[in-house]
Design a protein around this ligand. Structure first.
Ligand SMILES: Nc1nc2c(ncn2[C@@H]2O[C@H](COP(=O)(O)OP(=O)(O)OP(=O)(O)O)[C@@H](O)[C@H]2O)c(=O)[nH]1
Length: 327
C-alpha cells in the first residue's frame, strides 16, 4: 500500500495513528498538538485505553477538541469492530478533517492498519501517517521487548525518540545511528516531551514508492518471560493470564507519605499507573512509568481514580497496599 497522497485521497479525512509502548508519551504528544490552534478545528481524537478507567480522555478534553474514548479492551483485537464503528460514527457526526487515533500502549498497529483498509472506512478516510513515540530508555533494552514493540516501530513513518532528557546525551546519537540502520525508511526525531513541530508531524510521507504499512516481523523477546506471544494473541489472554489491568477508585483521602512509600516499594512488574490521587490538601495527577513518576496538582474531580497495568502480580496485594494508604 502506498501512502503518498493520491487524488483518490483528496477530500477524505486524514487519519494519524499515534502508537507507542505504555507511558512513552502518546498523550503528551496529543496534548501538544491539540494546543496548536490551527489544527484543533475539525480535529477529533479517538483514545483507546486498555483498562476500564479512561484517564487520557480527561487529560485531552481540556483542549476543547472532540474526544471519543474506547476503553476496557484493545482496539487492535477485542475492540477492533468497535474501532470501525466508532470511526464511522465520528466521521458522520463531526465530519472531521483529521482524526488522531491514540492506540493503547499494548496495541499492535499492524492490525489497526489492516482495519483501515476496510472498504467502508477507506471510502471515508485515509491513513496519513503512523507516528510512534518511543521512550529512549527502552531502545537499548529492545531485545527484551517482543513483537509488539517491533511492530510499533516498524509500522512508523515518524518515530519520536522521546524522553531524551532521561538518557545520557552521548547515548542519544548512538541510538539515532542504530535506529537509522535498523529502520532506514523511518524518520526519527529526538524529543523531550514530544516537542515536535507541526511541519515535521504533518509532512507528507515522502518515499516515492510508498512505505509498506507493516514490514518484517522480528523475533524480539519482550514479554517472553511473561507469556510468549501473548501480546500478538490479544487482550483476553493477557487479561486472564499474566497481564493485569486494574483500577482503584476511592473518594477517601490518601496519606501522602504512605502513598509515596507504597510507590517506592512497588515491584518492578507494576509498570504503569496513571490517574488522580486525592490527599488531605487536594488532589494530584500521577503518572508512573516503569518505576519513575511525576505528579502535578489536579483541579478536576477530587477523588482517587487510578488505572494500573502490571504483569505477574498479586492484584489483591497491590490493591490492599493502596487501601492501607487511605485515611
Ligand atoms: N522526563 C520526561 N518525561 C516525559 C517526557 N515525555 C513524556 N513524559 C512523561 O511520561 C509520562 C507518560 O506520558 P504519557 O504521555 O501519559 O504516555 P502515554 O504513552 O500516553 O501512556 P499510555 O497511554 O498509558 O501508554 C508522563 O508523566 C509524562 O509527563 C519526556 O520527554 N521526558
Amino acid at each position: 500500500m502506498h501512502l503518498h497522497a493520491t487524488s483518490s485521497e483528496e477530500g477524505k479525512t486524514a487519519v494519524i495513528l499515534v502508537a507507542g509502548f505504555l507511558g512513552a508519551g502518546k498523550t503528551t504528544l496529543l496534548k501538544r498538538v491539540l494546543n496548536w490552534r490551527t489544527d484543533a478545528a475539525k480535529t477529533v481524537v479517538l483514545v483507546n485505553e486498555f483498562g476500564k478507567v479512561g484517564i487520557d480522555g480527561d487529560l485531552l478534553r481540556t483542549s476543547g477538541t472532540d474526544i471519543v474514548e474506547l476503553t476496557s479492551g484493545c482496539i487492535c483485537c477485542t475492540l477492533s469492530a468497535d474501532l470501525k464503528q466508532s470511526l464511522m460514527r465520528l466521521w458522520e457526526d463531526f465530519e472531521p478533517h483529521r482524526i488522531f487515533i491514540e492506540a493503547s500502549g499494548v496495541a499492535d498497529p499492524t492490525t489497526i492498519l489492516s482495519l483501515m483498509k476496510d472498504p467502508q472506512l477507506a471510502a471515508m478516510m485515509h491513513l496519513q501517517k503512523v507516528v510512534t513515540v518511543l521512550d529512549a530508555d527502552f531502545w537499548e533494552a529492545r531485545d527484551h521487548f517482543g513483537p509488539l514493540f517491533y511492530h510499533q516501530l516498524e509500522a512508523a513513518h515518524l518515530i519520536l525518540l522521546n524522553k531524551i532528557d532521561q538518557v545520557d546525551p552521548s547515548r542519544v546519537s548512538l541510538y539515532l545511528k542504530e535506529m537509522h540502520a535498523a529502520l532506514p525508511d523511518c524518520q526519527v526525531v529526538p524529543t523531550v516531551h514530544c516537542a515536535v513541530d507541526a511541519a515535521t508531524l504533518f509532512a507528507p510521507v515522502e518515499d516515492a514508492t510508498g512505505k509498506p504499512l507493516a514490514t518484517v516481523v522480528t523475533d524480539g523477546q519482550l514479554f517472553e518471560a511473561i507469556q510468549p506471544g501473548h501480546l500478538s494473541e490479544h487482550a483476553p489472554t493477557m487479561a486472564t493470564e499474566h497481564f493485569s489491568t486494574f483500577s482503584f477508585v476511592s473518594s477517601k483521602a490518601m496519606d501522602q507519605d504512605r502513598f509515596h512509600h507504597w510507590l517506592q516499594t512497588l515491584p518492578l512488574e507494576v509498570f504503569r499507573i496513571k490517574g488522580t490521587v486525592r490527599h488531605r490538601d487536594g488532589t494530584d495527577f500521577i503518572n508512573f512509568v516503569g518505576g519513575k513518576w511525576d505528579r502535578y496538582p489536579w483541579s478536576g474531580e477530587q477523588t482517587t481514580r487510578l488505572a494500573l497495568i502490571a504483569w505477574n502480580v498479586d492484584v489483591d496485594a497491590i490493591e490492599g497496599g493502596l487501601r492501607e494508604c487511605l485515611v
